[in-house]
Structure formats: C-alpha cells, structure tokens
Design a binder for this molecule. Structure first.
Ligand code: PEP
Length: 253
C-alpha cells in the first residue's frame, strides 16, 4: 500500500515549552502506526532537535523542517540550508507552502532548486501545490496545479521523483475552515496523479503519496482520507491541539 501520512505544520506557533508538551501529549497516546503509516511534525527550526529526539524512539514518527533555502550555502543571513538539515538528521522538508509562495515570493523555479537540494541531502520534500480562489472560481485549477508540478518537479529523474510527497492545498481552504469536498479532493488528486503518470508512468505515479491540506479537522479527516487518491493530510490549525491531531493520525487508511 502507498504510504499514508499525517503531517503537522505548526507554522509560527507554540513556544518551545508548548511544543514539547504538544508532542508529549500526542506521543503519549501511543498510537501504533502500521508499516505504511507515518506521522510527521513540521516544526520551527529552533525546535527541530527537540522534536527529533522526541520522535526518535517511535516507529514511523518523523520530524520535518517547514522550509529550506534555495541556495547551497553562503551569505544568506538568517537562512537554513538543506545540508544543515541533513547534518541534524532531519529527513523531511516542506517545500513551497502557499504562505511562503505568497509572503516570501517563492517561485516555481526557486522551488525546483529547493527540491534538488533536498534530494542531494537525502531529504524527502513534501512539495505543496494548490490554487487560489480566483483560479478555482474560473475552473482552471487543473492547469494551475499541473504547471506547479511541471515547473518544480518534472526536471527530476523518475528514481528521485518517486520518493517525493506531494501536498495538494487549495489556498482558499487553508486556515479558513472551508474544506474541499471529498469529491473536489478526489477529483484533483486523481488528476495530479494522472499528470505524474503522463510524465513518469503509472508505476511511479502510484507510489507517490498525495496529501490533502486545507482545514483538515478531527471530524472530517476520516472522510477525506477515505478517498482513493488522498493519502493523508498536511494539517495546520488542528495539529496544534493534541486531541485533534491524535484523531487525525488515527484516521489514516
Ligand atoms: C497548512 O498549514 O498547510 C494548512 C492546511 O493549514 P490548516 O489546516 O489550518 O488549513
């Protein structure tokens, strides 16, 4: 079975102590993950080592960075490179979250560089794509997300791309309490998989987990994750409440 993933995105929330308590509460639930199930915590940079040591002993629990820089190293004050993350044993990195695309001017071309650097450093990118509301209203979301994949991922060889995780996150659903319907989610996830299949073949496309993100909550996770092409979720708000994220992990197929 394809990997099924519950990924928490803490964004710029929680003090260090609150983060530790949140992890303790979630891990305290002792949810045993099956071989194909993963729980990943994308935490702020200063919490990476603490989170890594919290999850180290747990089967299929991982830490992720929320970003990395698109250059290898050098005079980029305040930035963090993929090589630095690798040196801290961080194995996952969120790349191209819509908030970074919007507030930090990240382009598809820059994200292609980030994805390359992640792979060079043995880090699995959790690559985010998704359309804004005006694109959804115009009905051109498929072209929009296909272009995001093509411009940031399709330079990669099949043996690299098959290791990626994709998160489809419609921008109109992030932090808004508005969730895509199961029909909308399944339709576009299936489309994304077909775009990948067109470039790399069915076998590769069928291996790549495609997560849904956008107001996933404890009470809608099961329904969303039950869609054939939805392989879990990237979760913001609800990942900050231990009880809610526990339910979301339990909702994995
Ligand atoms: C996100 O942070 O990627 C996200 C989907 O946030 P929320 O779950 O709060 O909509």
């Amino acid at each position: 079975m394809r990997k099924q993933i519950a990924a928490a995105n803490w964004k710029m929330n929680c003090t260090f102590q609150e983060g530790e308590k949140l992890l303790d509460d979630i891990l305290g639930a002792e949810i045993e993950l099956a071989n194909h199930q993963l729980a990943i915590f994308a935490v702020p940079y200063p919490y990476l080592l603490m989170t890594r040591s919290e999850v180290e002993e747990e089967q299929n629990y991982y830490v992720a960075s929320q970003n990395c820089h698109h250059k290898k190293s050098g005079a980029y004050t305040g930035e963090v490179s993929a090589a630095m993350l690798h040196s801290m044993n961080v194995n996952y990195c969120v790349v191209g979250h819509s908030e970074r695309r919007e507030y930090n001017g990240e382009t598809n071309a820059m994200l292609a560089e980030k994805v390359n650097l992640c792979f060079e450093n043995f880090i699995t990118p959790i690559f985010c794509c998704g359309e804004p509301l005006n694109i959804r209203e115009a009905g051109t979301q498929n072209d929009y997300v296909a272009a995001q994949l093509k411009e940031s991922l399709f330079h990669l060889p099949a043996d690299k791309v098959k290791n990626i995780v994709i998160a489809y996150e419609p921008i109109w659903a992030i932090g808004t309490g508005k969730t895509a319907s199961t029909e909308q989610a399944q339709e576009i996830h299936q489309y994304l998989r077909s775009v990948i299949a067109g470039q790399y073949g069915e076998e590769v496309a069928n291996e790549i987990p495609i997560l849904y993100g956008g107001s996933v909550k404890a009470n809608n996770a099961k329904e969303l994750f039950s869609c054939a092409d939805v392989d879990g979720g990237l979760v913001g708000g609800a990942s900050l409440v231990a009880g809610d994220f526990i339910e979301i992990i339990k909702a994995l197929k």
